[in-house]
Design a protein around this ligand. Sequence first.
Ligand code: KG4
Ligand code: ZN
Length: 341
Amino acid sequence: MKILAIETSCDDTCAAVLDNDRILSNIISSQVDLHQKWGGVVPDIAKRAHMERIEPVISEALKRAKVKIEDIDVIGVSLGPGLAIALGIGVNKAKELAIKYNKKLVAVNHIEGHIWANLLKNKTGKPKREIKFPALALTVSGGHTKLILIKKIGEYEVIGETLDDAAGEALDKAAKMMGLGYPGGPIIERLAKSGDINFLDLPRPLMNKKILDYSFSGLKTSFYYKIKDWPKDKIYKNLANLSATFQNAVFDTLLKKFSLAIDKYKPKTLLASGGVLANLEIRKKLRKLAKDKQLTIWMPFKKELNTDNAAMIGIVTYQKALRGEFVEDVEKLDRDPRMKI
Ligand code: KG4
Ligand code: ZN
């Protein structure tokens, strides 16, 4: 089955072509340069950039995959959650192509995409991965921090989530407070390598409570008050230490709740994905946790499959197409910015 997938839920314009679960092409046009000076995503700028880029990105995906649009069997698009005006560009383009070329259309939940990025394979069908159910997924990005129990593909229960900021969002905001660029996660990762994780005493809200929900807003506020009166050069001199302490506090909480959820729900396979999982430190910690619990953990096999991309939308399109879950009335399909999993 040849799939064309489209993703425009935030600040990346993405298109991918898959042959079943194999990636033939995966094009990501990042808008980081456009949003950087504002320290976060500006919706109007994102919308305009998506509009300008969506066609060339789709053409490039088809060209690299050496597939003609006429030979595509099904089109998949990210319907939500995400930024409404950004989602709209991808959804409208997918509808337009489905109608023009008479193709079946599948609507995909962006979070479901992040989860199944773990099953994506390269052109030669690697890596091969087996998932035993129930599985437990941790998705950590700029917009979401969720613990999801998966009874089977397509059947999900959110057992924990952030009550305020997402983990990636907290990292981005801390980076902004330190005068660093956007997105903050990768910059903090780089700086944290040579820093002291005990440099500041930072709180870990909700960490020692039995509930599986997360909270990062108190951590962010505490960090703000600790450094707010510091002169710029003091912050500058301590960037590594500040980054290491903040990152470690976020990761401690992520791991603690994941561990609690494993003990409570006894999953047979663990999955972890989302932008923050591009971070090598958390990947290492998660592998150790899985080993201690004697479980297999899968994380996307390539760095760019953690952050937003269309291949992850493509694999869910494949799964839903196998189940016959196509959009019935293409004309009426609308973006769903608050879509729940
Ligand atoms: O999945 P994603 O691309 O978009 C959303 O769905 O939100 O995630 C973006 C988030 C940002 O907050 C970014 O700072 C974070 O992922 N991120 C990282 C790293 N790379 C991206 N966080 C920590 N370490 C990284 N290497
Ligand atoms: Zn995402």
